[in-house]
Design a protein around this ligand. Structure first.
Ligand SMILES: C[S@@+](CC[C@H](N)C(=O)[O-])C[C@H]1O[C@@H](n2cnc3c(N)ncnc32)[C@H](O)[C@@H]1O
Length: 215
């Protein structure tokens, strides 16, 4: 499954750190998407467990009514991460330069990645690291929509369809031995068909690809 070299190319191939040099205190998806994600987290994450929010910013979308043992944050902008009230600790690292996470083996119950997987040029290495740091039975949840910083997304994502992007993320999991068969949640629109037919847009589509460490 490894991506071909051309599929990893970004239109803007300058250092990702430059692009994320200034903080963006915005949300990258709409309220409907965020609500679905928080509900999914409430359903799959357990209290008093250890969470890694990878490629994070000033918001983690975690349910506020669940208390976790530790939430580790990772991203490219320290100012954003410092403002995130749900993180206990964070680190800054460019995963396209160095995919090795400075985290211990089997130390996390969950790894989360929200609307960011499209920026990974070496997803095979990153997913292998996710497997390494997860405890057996731990869960990885990748969520995404159809928005992106186009110039920073890899070609395989940019030139794909929403359906092919789901297959891509499933393939990232399947490429690493020791994950369960990935499960997909796809909620393309939250609006009734009639409104969609009338051209009313239904908000950001919600996709999540989920797998557990099996061994
Ligand atoms: C669209 S934002 C999403 C932020 C956050 N997960 C959220 O839900 O709002 C994309 C994030 O991916 C991270 N990112 C992009 N390229 C990266 C790279 N090469 N290495 C590490 N993180 C990167 C950035 O820190 C940025 O915050």
């Amino acid at each position: 499954m490894p991506l071909r070299p051309d599929q990893r190319i970004k239109l803007d191939d300058t250092d990702d750190k430059l692009f994320y040099d200034y903080p963006r205190f915005v949300t990258h998806v709409d309220e409907g998407f965020i609500q679905q994600l928080t509900d999914l987290y409430r359903d799959r994450l357990k209290p008093n467990t250890r969470i890694l929010d990878m490629m994070s910013s000033w918001v983690s979308h975690l349910p506020k009514d669940i208390s976790f043992a530790h939430v580790e944050g990772h991203g490219l902008n320290a100012e954003e991460l410092a403002r995130n009230p749900q993180l206990n600790h964070y680190f800054v690292q460019n995963l396209n330069e160095n995919p090795q996470l400075p985290l211990l083996d089997q130390d996390f119950d969950a790894v989360l990645n929200c609307v960011s997987v499209q920026y990974l040029q070496y997803p095979e290495a990153v997913f292998s690291e996710i497997h390494r740091i997860l405890k057996p039975g731990g869960v990885a949840i990748f969520s995404f929509s159809n928005r992106m910083f186009f110039q920073k997304a890899i070609q395989a994502w940019r030139e794909g369809t929403e359906a092919s992007r789901v297959e891509l993320v499933k393939g990232y999991f399947s490429a690493v031995p020791g994950f369960t068969s990935p499960e997909v949640i796809a909620r393309v629109s939250t609006l009734p068909n009639l409104l969609q037919w009338m051209g009313v847009t239904g908000g950001d589509p919600f996709y999540a690809v989920i797998a557990y460490r099996s061994n």
